[in-house]
Design a protein around this ligand. Structure first.
Ligand code: DC
Length: 227
């Protein structure tokens, strides 16, 4: 029997982690889990319910009332996130969420809850998970760890295009500011900050196509000779 592995994809905001993760999952018949969606859904809950996230007790109570699960989209087969049984996959992509998510993702209690659920999802392996601490904290023993990076100007342009399709009022400067702010908070927080795991392979996709990046990643998988 073919042995399934765990693939982790970490890196800066908007450098194409989820695109590569989805490509790989499809190619290998693996499950794709977007760990950032969990932090975004928690942020949505906090905002909707006016949770004061500077208050530890309020955070703890709120976390008890949050149930997250993933379900594959009937058409695409790609897993989408549900917050207390409501599909919030689209809602959590708003700039209002992006503006606050890094602060909320830096809270220790929030991370403990999210990481525990992420580890459960990886129990059976055959999973591609993207995020910021997947190769360092969530699955430190993952068979393949990819650390993605890309030029900041290219990342801003990509994110802008993605958001512009949904909201033509979006401003390039706001998108740039948000990316830089999130990168800073994500890599400077106390609990499991974004960093490249020592055994991760760097993939810079500034100047390569999506097909080329998939090819490179599949080569890494093939090299392991396990998937
Ligand atoms: O991947 P994303 O942009 O949807 O992630 C949203 C935010 O969630 C990101 O700014 C940092 C946080 N995050 C995290 O702290 N750890 C993860 N494993 C994934 C995301």
């Amino acid at each position: 029997m073919i042995r399934k592995i765990i693939i982790t994809i970490d890196g800066w905001s908007s450098c194409g982690k989820s695109t590569l993760a989805k490509q790989l999952a499809k190619e290998l018949g693996y499950t794709y889990i977007d760990s950032g969606a969990m932090y975004r859904a928690i942020t949505l809950y906090f905002l909707r319910n006016h949770v004061d996230w500077t208050d530890q007790t309020e955070v703890k109570v709120a976390l008890k009332n949050i149930h997250l699960h993933f379900e594959p989209n009937a058409k695409t087969g790609i897993s989408e996130i549900f917050l207390n049984n409501e599909n919030v996959e689209y809602l959590i992509r708003d700039l209002i969420i992006a503006d606050k998510v890094s602060d909320i993702a830096a809270i220790a209690e929030v991370r403990t809850a999210a990481v525990a659920q992420q580890q459960k999802l990886g129990k059976k392996k055959g999973i591609v998970m993207d995020g910021r601490d997947i190769g360092t904290t969530v699955f430190p023993k993952a068979e393949l760890k990819i650390f993605m990076t890309a030029d900041i100007a290219i990342r801003v342009e990509r994110r802008f295009k993605e958001m512009y399709d949904k909201n033509p009022n979006i401003n390039l400067e706001d998108v740039k500011e948000n990316l830089e702010m999130r990168d800073y908070i994500d890599s400077h927080r106390e609990v499991s900050p974004l960093r490249k795991a020592d055994d991760a392979i760097t993939l810079d996709n500034s100047n390569i196509t999506m097909q080329q990046q998939l090819k490179l990643a599949l080569k890494m998988v093939a090299k392991l000779g396990k998937a």
